[in-house]
Ligand binder design. Structure first.
Ligand SMILES: Nc1ncnc2c1ncn2[C@@H]1O[C@H](COP(=O)(O)OP(=O)(O)OP(=O)(O)O)[C@@H](O)[C@H]1O
Ligand SMILES: [Mg+2]
Length: 287
């Protein structure tokens, strides 16, 4: 059974005002336990609005969200338990660090769950370890950390609740390439070692292609695709049409195809592209 499912989910901001905006419309998706879903889409396509529904933070204008088969708004208690089971890390989460030490910031979530001091301590240490925050750093003020470190502390704060579903909204946005790689690896490790369901919103097709098992492509508040990585890339042309950047290597193959050369365009890794290009050149007798 799906761990998260949405049925006809629609959300409208500022209903009844001149600023009315339908942010997401009629979203029907089903996410299985242990899946790694990448969500991509143009700016304003509704990614953040959608994920904020999955842990009950936003309440649908219409439609339903099910967690483990049950409507997450069926009772106050259930909504509360969903908040802890579905951990959401916001876009630019470091702006929400506010405690006097890194330890306290990471402990905030587990504390709200009503765990004992000992359990809180265990959760904090495990989460810090996952994100590569060393013990010495736990005493520091979060404001004395680098941008990448702050981001990792904020993510640790969500991981520390040990949620069944971890949702990260653009976890690598604004970081340098090294910071991006560190966080991407960390998320991969987390998923592999815990078996948790992971949902990552990303602007980078390349990042999504590397780790996700399924991709949700949002376009103007609606679902354009929700399928395997390979299937999504077999629609590379459509991705470009809706304003997404395909990986550089996919772009090169698309250019060749547009020039009339018979190459595959559903390729998104350098290794695969290499074999495809070798095949192509051999076929033409160049090699
Ligand atoms: N608080 C708000 N009030 C009114 N409209 C909003 C609000 N938040 C978002 N919107 C609008 O809803 C739509 C979807 O926004 P959302 O932030 O979900 O998109 P997104 O895909 O996450 O974009 P980005 O890639 O820029 O983060 C956009 O048109 C946006 O302008
Ligand atoms: Mg967003």
């Amino acid at each position: 059974m799906a761990i998260i499912e949405t049925q006809n989910l629609t959300y409208v901001y500022s209903e009844g005002t001149p600023f009315r905006k339908v942010a997401i419309e009629d979203i029907n998706i089903s996410i299985e336990e242990g899946e790694f879903v990448g969500i991509i889409g143009h700016t304003g396509s509704g990614k953040s609005t959608l994920v904020q529904h999955l842990n009950g933070l936003l309440k649908p204008t219409s439609g339903t969200i099910l967690y483990d088969g049950k409507d997450i708004h069926s009772s106050k208690e259930f909504t509360r338990s969903v908040r802890f089971n579905v951990g959401l890390c916001f876009q630019y989460p470091e702006y929400q660090l506010f405690e006097s030490s890194v330890y306290k910031d990471i402990a905030f979530g587990p504390q709200n769950m009503g765990l004992s001091e000992e359990e809180i301590n265990e959760h904090v240490l495990r989460a810090a370890d996952f994100v590569g925050i060393k013990k010495e750093m736990l005493k520091k003020s979060p404001f004395d950390l680098s941008g990448g470190e702050k981001r990792r502390v904020a993510i640790a704060g969500v991981i520390a609740m040990e949620p069944k579903v971890l949702i990260l909204d653009e976890p690598t946005a604004g970081l340098d390439p090294k910071g991006r790689d560190t966080i991407a690896d960390m998320i991969d490790n987390y998923r592999k070692s815990t078996g948790s369901t992971v949902i990552v919103v990303s602007h980078s097709m390349e990042d999504v292609a590397k780790s996700a098992s399924k991709v949700l492509v949002m376009n103007k508040g609606q679902v354009e695709f929700f399928t395997g990585v390979k299937e999504v890339f077999s629609n590379a042309q459509r991705l470009v049409e809706i304003g997404l950047n395909v990986p550089q290597i996919t772009g090169i193959l698309m250019d060749l195809k547009a020039k009339g050369y018979n190459v595959r365009t559903d390729i998104y890794s350098v290794d695969e592209a290499k074999s495809e290009l070798l095949r192509f050149f051999k076929e033409r007798g160049v090699l």
